[in-house]
Design a protein around this ligand. Structure first.
Ligand SMILES: *Cc1c(COP(=O)(O)O)cnc(C)c1O
Length: 432
């Protein structure tokens, strides 16, 4: 399969190049030339399939031309070695718990998948590969853990100083081995800009092999479409299934749109954001107005210029009307997020994290005018990852899973960096 750039459909590359480059040279984003459609038989028999089996069938369609089937099976089985259960919270609202992976957030899925695809291709490659990843918290830990110990790859995690939780920092800045944490004087958008600039810097070409692991990379994005099918399968009601996705960079939501094009009977999507409401505003007003991100308690979604927006535009032929026909959007302030955590615990005895709380609240709001639907919202992180904001609302500490406790006992080690590209470039040159 080939992949084109959203800036120029004639600019195409193969899978390996799309994954290693991360971004096309023209500054667009890669999209599959053809979005394959699943056979009806797959949809009819999906009830009998496990998460791994579903993912394997989808992978063959997406990656089968480029990766042997046996290898794909290995990649899927290793990457998706945890549960993704659907839990009914109340009438019409169900939580798809995407946090049962090693770092307790949905990004484990894409990161674990990508690490294994890269390492499959790297076997043919001579040079060491440097993965650059900008994180507002959870991407860094998922990617770092997904790649930990993989030979021939070094991961550089850029994160905004004092803007991620201690717990998040511990999960990527304590690992050592092939993982380096870079603490940037600035916000998440600065981190993202540094990474993007490095990829577009002609001087770096040939000097060091750089690749991205942000949600802009297809090897992370496409596997995120798998659990939409798995969620849909677990909900017996088929025709009225609406997906509600707490969104920041909109990778997760874009993956859902791709799943729908592949034949998933999703009726509608809800984009739920914190007050960084750039996409909701676009859907309402038709104007895309990126701006500096604002810090919120759902900090993995503090994004002021969502990178996947150009993919969404591409999927809807740049028509706001079409996009708004498929996606409704809601945004919430911190107080509303807190109130939602409190109320859902009190009424339904279910503990939400701040990101999931946005999803739940948007689901409720959507149902008011569309009561016939069953909504699957994504619980994108375990509440214990955001205990400082969850505990006061539920009057107790959320239980900390063992795998998180282990991280907390380790010592942090990071490299300080300004938000000036010149400094980052100096650092990159030392890797050559
Ligand atoms: C990254 C993240 C999101 C946002 O996902 P996008 O694909 O960037 O929209 C939501 N919740 C959590 C916990 C995250 O880590």
């Amino acid at each position: 399969m080939n992949y084109y750039s959203t800036k120029n459909k004639n600019n195409t590359v193969g899978l390996k190049e799309a994954i290693f480059k991360g971004l096309p040279d023209d500054g667009g984003l890669f999209m599959p030339m053809v979005i394959p459609v699943m056979e009806k038989a797959f949809i009819h028999s999906i009830k009998k399939l496990s998460l791994q089996e579903i993912s394997f069938e989808l992978s063959k369609k997406l990656f089968g031309d480029d990766i042997p089937s046996q290898k794909l099976k290995e990649i899927v089985d290793e990457a998706l070695n945890f549960e993704i259960p659907l839990i009914r919270v109340c009438d019409h609202i169900h939580s798809l718990e995407l946090f049962h992976g090693p770092t307790l957030a949905f990004k484990d899925v894409g990161a674990r998948f990508m690490a294994r695809i890269l390492s499959h291709f790297i076997a043919e490659n001579e040079n060491d590969i440097h993965v650059l990843v900008a994180t507002s918290g959870d991407t860094g830990s998922a990617v770092a853990n997904g790649f930990l110990g993989v030979e021939g790859i070094t991961v550089h995690v850029l994160y905004p100083k004092n803007k991620v939780s201690k717990m998040q920092e511990k999960q990527f800045a304590t690992l050592g081995q092939n993982i380096r944490a870079i603490e940037v004087e600035g916000n998440f958008d600065d981190c993202q800009r540094l990474v993007k600039t490095a990829f577009n810097d002609k001087d770096m070409e040939g000097a060091v092999s750089l690749t991205s692991a942000n949600s802009i990379n297809l090897a992370r994005l496409l596997p995120q479409s798998f659990y939409y099918w798995h969620g849909w399968k677990q909900l017996a009601n088929n025709e009225n299934t609406v997906f509600c996705v707490p969104s920041g960079n909109f990778g997760n939501l874009t993956a859902g749109l791709i799943a729908q094009r592949m034949g998933l009977p999703a009726k509608h999507f809800i984009a739920a954001t914190n007050i960084n409401d750039i996409v909701p505003n676009y859907l309402i007003k038709g104007k895309y107005e990126p701006r500096a991100s604002v810090s919120t308690i759902a900090n993995a979604m503090d994004v002021g210029d969502p990178s996947n927006f150009s993919r969404m535009l591409d999927l809807f032929d740049s028509s706001q009307e079409k996009m708004a026909g498929s996606i409704s959007a809601f945004s919430y302030k911190d107080e509303e997020i807190r109130a939602s955590i409190k109320k859902v615990y009190k009424d339904y005895n279910y503990i939400l994290d701040p990101h999931g709380a946005i999803g739940f609240k948007a689901s409720q709001e959507y149902l008011k005018n569309n009561p016939e639907n069953e909504i699957i919202f994504f619980e994108t992180a375990h509440p214990a990852k955001f205990a400082e904001n969850v505990a006061p609302e539920i009057n107790r500490q959320p239980e900390i899973p063992q795998r998180l406790k282990l991280f907390l006992s380790r010592e942090k080690s990071s490299i300080p960096l300004s938000n000036n590209y010149k400094d980052f470039k100096e650092y990159l040159k030392t890797l050559a």
